[in-house]
Design a protein around this ligand. Structure first.
Ligand code: FES
Length: 118
């Protein structure tokens, strides 16, 4: 699998995201200061596509109930622990965007389950 071409840089709207389908995964592409970030496109609250939200800086606000996520990390702002939305590596070549969904950037940062009680 590896990196797959999914869109053109010019296709990503300012202040929002671009929804693309990569194999069976719905992915949102977000542009922040000339960097592109790819994040699974499903809000964990009720499944609304996050690419339809409002992007302010590096934070996407879900259009449905306003939950917010940092598109660089998949975490809610100010959080660095817990269960981030999967984010994927991105490459840009001559205005084409390539994403590798096989290697999420951030899933190794999930919280470990609490120790079992005696
Ligand atoms: S569906 Fe995203 S905040 Fe409710």
């Amino acid at each position: 699998m590896g990196f797959q071409k999914v869109a053109r840089l010019a296709d990503i709207p300012k202040g929002g995201g671009l929804r693309v389908r990569i194999d069976e995964i719905d992915v949102g592409l977000f542009c922040v200061e000339d960097q592109v970030y790819a994040m699974e496109n499903r809000c964990p609250h009720a499944g609304v596509p996050l690419s339809e939200g409002r992007l302010e800086g590096c934070v996407i606000y879900c259009r449905s109930h306003g939950w917010d996520f940092d598109v660089r990390t998949g975490f809610r702002p100010g959080e660095s622990d817990g269960f981030p939305i999967p984010c994927f590596p991105v490459r840009i070549e001559d205005g084409d965007i390539f994403v590798d969904i096989a290697q999420p950037n951030n899933l190794g940062r999930r919280r470990r389950p609490p120790p079992a009680e005696d």
